[in-house]
Design a protein around this ligand. Structure first.
Ligand code: AMP
Ligand code: MG
Length: 324
């Protein structure tokens, strides 16, 4: 299977959603709402999910979607204004959309696991989006538990010629590419295969509660890393590894979040891009990430993404660190 139709649809909807986010970024920063888990969400998150789900449902009506957002909070009193802003924003992209359509499209992302499904995060790194930093519109296709296509639109990601905005795309067996969000020719990308730890960069979340920095700093010392870790919000970190800007990304659960498992949409879209660029992704114990279980990577502990060359050495060092 060549996934040409999936690729075209994914590129179109991710570009539309990313442009909506760009249009809204400044105005949304001050108006973020809080979800039940206290994480922030904006008009742009909901409107982008509606656009992504509408496009997927139209092209692939039998494919369920597991998305981050859900429209139930929008029925609460006091949020009528937010609801109408979301509807208005979606109508700018899809003029025929009715208010009911928009809510239905957002909720289309409440699908369950199936032999073939999509997972998406309309804005991964909402905190970065609000701060004016990195964020990603993220989408992946999974078949029989295996990632087949991953796409990330990163509107704030700087390209080599210093223009901002890139799309990363990886398709199983076809390699990984990057292309300007504004349009342009896809260019193949490859991880940087250096293995001299003194010259390698680790990359981590900007948010210190999303990964255990004490464990990571100790790992840096054990591996002999010399440079301070790069920091970046969102799945854009996978793009950075895939294009050789960084070599190692760890996500280590903090003791206070011991049982908390990673969301499939926070990793799937980036994992296949790194793999197709020649890198490797497992959990911290070396287990493959299991995308066949549900919305969470419930069989895995944390994340390790590398340029591939250093993967087994990093895993071995993590094992020693854990037992010391
Ligand atoms: P990042 O930008 O890499 O820090 O990741 C953003 C994602 O972290 C969000 O989409 C959340 O789903 C996820 N997240 C929120 N809280 C935590 C936590 N305590 N540990 C790990 N990930 C988290
Ligand atoms: Mg996310």
């Amino acid at each position: 299977m060549n996934y040409n139709q999936e690729k075209e649809v994914a590129l179109t909807i991710v570009t539309a959603a990313a442009k909506l986010c760009q249009r809204l970024q400044e105005s949304q920063a001050a108006q973020a709402l809080k979800k039940a888990d206290t994480s922030p969400v904006t008009v742009a998150d909901f409107a982008a999910q509606a656009i992504l789900c509408q496009g997927l449902a139209k092209a692939f009506p039998d494919d369920p979607i597991i998305g981050e957002e859900d429209a139930s909070m929008l029925g609460k009193p006091g949020l009528e204004g937010v609801r109408s802003q979301i509807i208005e924003q979606v109508q700018q992209s899809i003029p025929s959309a009715t208010p009911e359509n928009v809510i239905d499209w957002i909720n289309w992302g409440n699908g369950g696991i199936a032999s073939r499904y999509w997972t998406l995060d309309p804005i991964d790194g909402t905190k970065g989006f609000i701060r004016g930093d990195q964020y990603a519109v993220a989408l992946a296709l999974v078949e029989e538990g295996e990632l087949k296509l991953g796409i990330l639109a990163c509107p704030a990601f700087p390209l080599k010629n210093s223009t901002k905005g890139v799309i990363f795309l990886g398709i199983k067996g076809q390699g990984a590419v990057e292309m300007p969000l504004q349009g342009g020719t896809p260019q193949p990308i490859k991880v940087d295969q250096s293995s001299n730890f003194e010259q390698l960069y680790r990359i981590e979340s900007v948010e210190s509660v999303h990964s255990d920095r004490a464990v990571q700093t100790d790992l840096d010392q054990r591996l002999g890393l010399k440079y301070p870790a790069k920091q970046m919000d969102s799945l854009a970190k996978y793009g950075a590894i895939a294009r050789g800007d960084a070599h190692l990304y760890t996500r280590v659960p903090l003791p206070q979040f011991e049982g908390k498992k990673e969301n499939i949409w926070d990793h799937g879209p980036g994992v296949i891009i790194v793999e197709e660029a020649g890198g490797m992704v497992t959990d911290l114990d070396g287990k493959p990430l299991d995308f066949s279980l549900g919305a969470k990577l419930s069989n895995n502990r944390g994340i390790l993404a590398t340029n591939g060359v250093i993967h087994s050495q990093v895993l071995e060092t993590i094992k020693q660190q854990k037992s010391s």
